[in-house]
Design a protein around this ligand. Sequence first.
Ligand SMILES: [Zn+2]
Ligand SMILES: [Zn+2]
Length: 307
Amino acid sequence: MVSKRHHMRGRQARPTRTDNRICAHNPKHNAKPKPTNHPDAPCAECGSLVHQLGGHPNANTPYGYLKGCLPCNTKDHSISTCPRYRGSARRRQLFYWYRTMREGLCPGEWHEDPREIANMSGLYTLQHMPRRPDFALQYPYEHPEAFQPPAKGGDPEELRRDPYWMSDKAWEYVGMFTNLEARTNSDFRRLDPESIEYLEYIEDIRENLRGQIVDGQSSKPTLLQLCNFSDVYDMLKPVTDNRTSDERIYDWEIDLNFSPASIGGLCHPRAESYDQSGFPARDDTPGPKPPSAPGSYTQPTQSGFDA
Ligand SMILES: [Zn+2]
Ligand SMILES: [Zn+2]
């Protein structure tokens, strides 16, 4: 025998016509709400209909990053905490959403330096780099809601790329552009820069870059970039010529003295002090100069930076 109270509870739990989550009568009434990345969904940041969060050009944090999960088009979580993409599926999404789609735009929310995202072939490369956070804050796109990403039919010429990635410093201080504010899972915690694990991790990247040079990969760094990144130049040279070690080192010093980065400008991964823009201090080489004022931006030349 069913008590009146039990009966009432049953009535309340029964789906009604106005409850669009569950309908026992007509399956069409049970359509799931559209996912946040449905093709019709507007940009989670600005409401634009010509791009979604993955193509939103400007930062939405004071740190110069775009907060949110780019493939999901939501600000509710980061890709590290994404319920949809986990493990290897997440890694497969990274290069597309956080490199290819971010080229010339501010970096997305990710707890590593963008240079630490390997491409689909497992190579570390400077192709498709997002802007540095400071550069993104200094030179935001003027009408972000109208921005059309090249991957969605926009003009690649409209991208205002960060000239830093064409400089000889482009491989320096890997880890420097880590987003310390990025939301992460505990198993994605950032390695301690002083730990053996971190040093081994960085050495893996070096090995990868060195292999690219030896194999003649198209995405390889220049020797000077690799010098700046690491101390492996003299380990590379024996592969590319047959001079003696002393001759190679002598030539290397000559090269560097006539290059934009002198020997004193080589990477020191544990710099003691930082300049006012947060870069590790250096006293001899002029840093890359961004264009003089917002609005006067011109596309950087291949050789460096426009005056
Ligand atoms: Zn937007
Ligand atoms: Zn997500």
